[in-house]
Write a protein that binds this ligand. Structure first.
Ligand code: PMP
Length: 427
């Protein structure tokens, strides 16, 4: 019997659905389709040090030809990778668990948090996304609201500290930081009044799915203090924003001058190879051990994944990519701010390093989100061989999170084409 063409699960969606692209190779910040057309990639924060980076490819393939097995055997790569990773982190964050995806990392972080605090409830932010496992869909309003699933009683959703479009609107000021932190304090108090106990607060250190948001000054400091006072721990999801993307710092939580109890990393860690990690303190990890259950993960911490991750960290450092992200990011943000003055449809430009959002609006006064316009811009950028996505609850925030080798000429091109598209629309 001849079988038909196998189908993709219907809920798996393509980019550019009506006219999808077949990418067959990529290098640095460029991708090439089957006819050889070159695209500038502004969306791929996984190919962190550049698509198919030679150092990373060599490290992973060389190790692949020698040995790949699980971490029940000793292997130098595991130790070297953990050493390198923890060297980028504040002292107490010294224990690593290697896993295979951001979702696995966040799920494990929740388990560790609950084992340590013996408290079950979780605070997350509006519009947050933390992964595709059942445990994480529950704390990802970005997903469960779309699926119209009811919020679980152990989940407490805090107002996203978006000082442009959120509950309080007043720019990136300490006053905003305090107002939004008070929202979390109130959630904790309400939960306790209901007899519930907060085990963890989890947030991206700069919310990406929520629309490329930067926390106002002081926000995390005040939130962490109140969560810890309630007996909970603080989890920083650095899956999208870690490894130098925010420029100058390795980690986005450093922008807020805090030290989380647990951090989760993924995406960029293996430059496309599936490797991720949970890093926590000795004290917290001991409580997880004391629950009596062994933790085993077939692929987590295998020598090939560790070789890939180790080489990514080496390249970030060797090539000064974090500093590069800071410079190119400042340059790009300055150009985009000039565009904002010129165009009535750009309501806000925000970001740090190569984590940038451009919020499109129908009207600067009302800030009505320009969702259809954002989709049109994405389509027109693609016509001009630039790949970008949009995000935020209204999908009206253009999202720049390119490979970290994105340069000033690339920024010039993106801004020039965006200018042309918006001029055309506004005319
Ligand atoms: N956390 C954040 C902030 C993410 O953006 C994602 C993926 N988009 C995840 C966790 C889940 O990572 P993965 O898809 O590797 O499971």
């Amino acid at each position: 019997m001849v079988r038909g063409i196998p189908m993709r699960g219907e809920s798996c969606k393509l980019f550019f659905r009506t006219d999808p692209i077949k990418i067959v190779k990529a290098k640095g910040q460029y991708m090439y389709d089957e006819t050889g057309v070159k695209y500038l990639d502004c969306m791929n924060n996984v190919a962190h040090v550049g698509h198919c980076d030679e150092t990373v490819v060599n490290a992973a393939t060389t190790q692949m030809a020698i040995l790949n097995t699980n971490n029940r055997f000793l292997h130098d790569n595991l130790v070297l990778c953990a050493k390198r990773l923890t060297a980028t982190l504040p002292e107490p964050l010294s224990v690593c668990y290697f896993v295979n995806s951001g979702s696995e990392a966040n799920d494990l972080a929740l388990r560790i948090a609950r084992a340590y605090t013996k408290q079950y409830d979780v605070i997350c932010l509006e519009h947050a996304y933390h992964g595709h496992l059942s445990s994480l869909i529950d704390i990802s309003p970005y997903k469960y609201e779309v699926g119209k699933f009811p919020k679980k009683e152990w989940v407490h959703v805090a107002a996203i500290p978006d000082s442009y479009r959120g509950k309080y609107r007043g720019g990136n000021t300490e006053e905003m930081g305090e107002l939004y932190a008070k929202e979390v304090e109130k959630l904790v108090a309400d939960a306790e009044a209901d007899g519930r106990k907060i085990g963890a607060f989890i947030a991206e250190s700069a919310p990406s799915c929520g629309g490329q948001i930067l926390f106002p000054p002081g926000y995390l400091k005040q939130v962490y203090k109140c969560v810890r006072k309630a007996g909970g721990v603080c989890i920083a999801d650095e899956v999208q924003v870690g490894f130098g993307r925010v420029g100058k710092h390795w980690w986005a939580f450093e922008l807020q001058d805090v030290v989380p109890d647990i951090i989760t990393v993924g995406k960029s860690m293996g430059n496309g190879h599936p490797v991720s990690a949970v890093i926590t303190t000795k004290e917290i990890s001991m409580a997880f051990k004391d629950n009596g259950m062994e933790y085993f993960n077939t692929f987590g911490g295998n020598p090939v994944s560790c070789a890939a991750a180790l080489s990514v960290m080496e390249v970030v450092e060797r090539d000064g990519l974090s500093q590069h992200a800071a410079e190119v990011g400042d340059y790009t943000i300055a150009l985009l701010n000039e565009l904002k003055e010129k165009h009535r449809t750009i309501g806000d430009v925000r970001g740090v390093g190569l984590f940038i959002g451009v919020e499109l609006v129908e009207d600067k006064e009302t800030r009505e989100p320009a969702t259809a316009l954002a989709q049109h811009v994405i389509t027109m950028l693609k016509e001009n061989k630039i790949l970008m996505s949009s995000d935020g609850p209204d999908r009206n925030v253009l999202k720049l999170k390119p490979p970290m080798v994105f340069n000033k000429q690339d920024a010039d091109l993106v801004v020039k084409i965006l200018d042309e598209i918006l001029t055309d629309v506004e005319d």
